[in-house]
Design a protein around this ligand. Structure first.
Ligand SMILES: Cc1ncc(COP(=O)(O)O)c(C=O)c1O
Ligand SMILES: N[C@@H](CCCC[NH3+])C(=O)O
Length: 435
């Protein structure tokens, strides 16, 4: 059976993750259960470092991977990446807090987002981060004012909106004119913002940023975006403005469909580096930053769910598992495809639809999937849930978020405890007259 990911295999008719029997993990830790493979995360990170080594060799400038915490900000995962040398792309005070707890060096932290609050800006300035990726003139003014109050200078890069079609799901496109992100280039808004910043006393202009979308499975939009960014950098040079960093965001897709090949980190590196080098006679090459989230952690994650009921209707054979859309909402939210297998190989195959137990018709992980014959008690594995799985999980239907374990060469570790019923109401307050 082709599984696609590097650190899983079928052995003795059962699924093994990083060498551990998935069914045994489910029995030991209970279900639903997130399993994250440390070895796969290391492989994914090293693929970036290997692929972009050429940038440092050919330009003498830095290459920085700033992991997009929104993909999965579990402390064990962020610490693992920080230990590997990875930076952090944060989009909230909460994520910055986690980056600091993970010992990410301040010069490897960038702060994104289109609605940074004053409190968050203070946190970023106090943490002396590499750059705020400024999303509006209003935000620039607030950063400058805040830095002034603190007697500091804040580093700012400018998120441009290059109006590039990323050819991905419309809900995860970010760099089109109609999207809320970034400063429009064509109308002159981005240049206007940078010129304003140069007149300000408490900001230091350090770079240009862009991010066009997520789960990109075609390299050409990356090339188009890189060209737009570099043309803008050339324009800035003509205006006498030098840029230290170019940050091209995240977005590289992962092979959710196991039968389709998609571009690799190497393909991405070749495309970006070759495009940037075309401008080397016009501008000094900058440091290069990328903010991958999904492509670092998605393929490291599995959601194990136990089959509790099987129901045949005139049109569908339903398999009901104890994981639900509250644990992993990508299929419900984006109709995203995630590969699903029965962790126990059987002689017989059958077509089933796999559903969670929430009161929503969209709580379905996969429809009409060919699985090894499913019986009550079997454990199913939903693949590639390491990104935007637990980070988007919630308590809908008063369900606690599940446990998470990390598998690694050093053993299996519980890295997130299950939320209890008491946790569900821990923040609720009953007014005196209802006591
Ligand atoms: C600004 C920014 N950077 C990085 C990312 C991470 O993207 P991905 O997980 O697709 O690599 C996102 C998410 O789309 C983003 O909005
Ligand atoms: N949450 C999205 C990705 C959004 C990326 C952030 N702009 C997903 O699950 O695919």
């Amino acid at each position: 059976m082709f599984l696609g990911n590097d650190t899983v295999e079928i052995k003795n008719g059962r699924l093994f993750i990083d060498g551990y029997d998935a069914i045994e993990l489910a029995e030991k830790f209970g279900t639903p259960l997130y399993v994250m493979s440390e070895e796969q995360i290391k492989i994914n990170y090293n693929k970036y470092i290997e692929a972009f080594k050429r940038w440092e060799e050919e330009t003498g400038k830095e290459f920085i991977v700033a992991y997009a915490y929104k993909a999965n900000a579990n402390l064990a995962i962020t610490r693992l990446l920080a230990k590997l040398g990875c930076g952090a792309d944060v989009v909230s005070g909460g994520e910055l807090y986690i980056a600091k707890l993970s010992n990410v060096p301040s010069e490897k932290i960038v702060f994104n987002g289109n609605c940074k609050t004053k409190e968050e800006i203070i946190m970023g300035i106090e943490a002396n981060i590499r750059a705020f990726n400024v999303d509006s003139i209003s935000e620039l003014i607030l950063i400058n004012e805040t830095a002034k109050e603190l007697g500091e200078t804040a580093n700012v890069a400018f998120r441009i909106n290059p109006n590039v079609n990323p050819k991905t799901h419309p809900k995860i496109s970010t760099g089109l004119k109609k999207n809320k992100f970034g400063l429009d280039v064509e109308s002159g808004l981005a240049l206007k913002a940078i010129k304003m910043a140069l007149e300000m006393e408490n900001v230091n202009v350090v770079g240009v940023h862009c991010h066009i979308g997520s789960q990109l499975t075609d390299i050409s939009p990356f090339v188009e975006a890189t060209e737009k960014v570099m043309e803008f950098v050339v324009k800035l040079k003509e205006e006498g403005i030098e840029v230290r960093d170019v940050n091209l965001g995240g977005g590289l897709g992962v092979p959710y469909y196991k039968d389709k090949e998609i571009p690799t980190q190497k393909d991405l590196a070749d495309a970006i580096i070759n495009t940037m080098l075309k401008y080397k006679d016009k501008v000094e090459m900058p440091n290069l930053i990328l903010e991958p989230g999904r492509s670092l952690v998605a393929t490291a994650g599995y959601l194990l769910g136990k089959v509790h009921h099987i129901k045949e209707t005139p049109v569908t054979k339903w398999v009901m598992i104890d994981a639900g859309m509250n644990d992993m909402m990508r299929p419900a939210m984006y109709e995203a495809y995630h590969h699903i297998i029965n962790c126990k190989v059987k002689d017989e195959k059958e077509k089933v639809s796999v559903a969670g137990g929430l009161c929503e018709s969209s709580d379905v992980f996969g429809r009409d999937r060919e699985l090894d014959k499913v019986e009550v008690g079997d454990i199913l594995a939903i693949f590639d849930v390491g990104a935007y799985g637990i980070s988007m999980a919630n308590n809908y239907n008063a369900r606690g978020r599940p446990r998470m374990v990390l598998t690694s060469k050093k053993g299996v570790f519980l890295i997130r405890e299950k939320e209890t019923y008491a946790d569900l109401i821990a923040k609720d307050i009953v007014p005196p007259h209802l006591l």
